[in-house]
Ligand binder design. Sequence first.
Ligand SMILES: NC(=O)c1ccc[n+]([C@@H]2O[C@H](COP(=O)([O-])OP(=O)(O)OC[C@H]3O[C@@H](n4cnc5c(N)ncnc54)[C@H](OP(=O)(O)O)[C@@H]3O)[C@@H](O)[C@H]2O)c1
Length: 325
Amino acid sequence: MVAAIRIHRNGGPEVLTLEDVAVGSPGPGEVRVRHTAVGLNFIDTYFRSGLYPAPGGLPFIPGNEAAGVVEEVGEGVTEVAVGDRVAYGSSLGAYCAARVMPVAPLVKLPDSIADQTAAAMMLKGMTARYLLRQTFEVKPGHTILVQAAAGGVGLLLCQWAAHIGATVIGTVGSPEKAELARANGAHHTILYRDEDFVARVREITEGRLCDVVYDGVGQATYPASLDCLRPRGLFASFGNASGAIQNFSLLALSQKGSLYATRPTLFTHVATRPQLLENAADLFEVVASGVVKVPVNQSYPLAEAAAAHGDLEGRRTTGSSVLIP
Ligand SMILES: NC(=O)c1ccc[n+]([C@@H]2O[C@H](COP(=O)([O-])OP(=O)(O)OC[C@H]3O[C@@H](n4cnc5c(N)ncnc54)[C@H](OP(=O)(O)O)[C@@H]3O)[C@@H](O)[C@H]2O)c1
């Protein structure tokens, strides 16, 4: 038996229940992984609340991101071996000390990347990678707006985009978060709880506006995010931290300058093994070389997952957070 957090009914952080669960042996194509660190992500709160239904129904173990060591491999597994340090960012069931899971989402970790760093960056870092290189290919000279720039994905986006050579504007909820975003690559920050961020973007860009807006905030920044885009710019809406956008208008894209809009998700970008390995290799390179640092600014015992969810939803975290089994 191992410690795990399970959800028996959707609701607030109080539905995260610490339990002992049995972990069997891996079947064909599966491995047993002992977790050393588990990543905390906003998506975990969507599965908990029921905004995103868990594919297998209730009860379920939440979490999609973790790092650890392979303890046992099932028949036909060639991708990893017993004793390998591994990590993943796209497999539901991570809030536990050990699990049996399909091998497909696992990648081997280079020695240069510590377990807690890995657990804090697989989902968020692979997301930053596809947003910057696939959703919109950011190039030197582009101007980008990152909503919630001091968050887990936000700080990675700021650092990586600044390294590419883009001008990065980041919105943040407090002066402390502004300072952190600037220390992580944002050239300009906007306190969007106090300031009109559209007016500030217009001022900063001298009316040219942004090539792309990366928006994980959702309802609270819609439709204003569209007003930060130059004609034919891209609205990349990749999350719902303030709630899912309810009133999306296709016509507004025409009225605001032939804009493009997309609502991407990591899972479709790492659906095949080659896609996963290509994305992870890029991420490992920028992290190992120090171009992108992964700030693990909060750490909680796994048993305190409810407190971690409360802090994340209460906007009290910055950068990444991990749960330690
Ligand atoms: N589509 C994908 O592939 C994908 C993958 C990973 C993450 N995401 C999304 O990316 C976003 C960021 O994820 P994350 O895990 O890195 O979280 P995070 O950014 O560390 O935390 C969310 C941040 O959003 C801001 N926020 C604004 N309004 C909020 C509200 N009403 N309630 C709570 N927070 C609010 C807060 O920053 P301020 O205090 O600065 O406002 C908060 O710290 C989430 O929407 C997540 O779902 C999407």
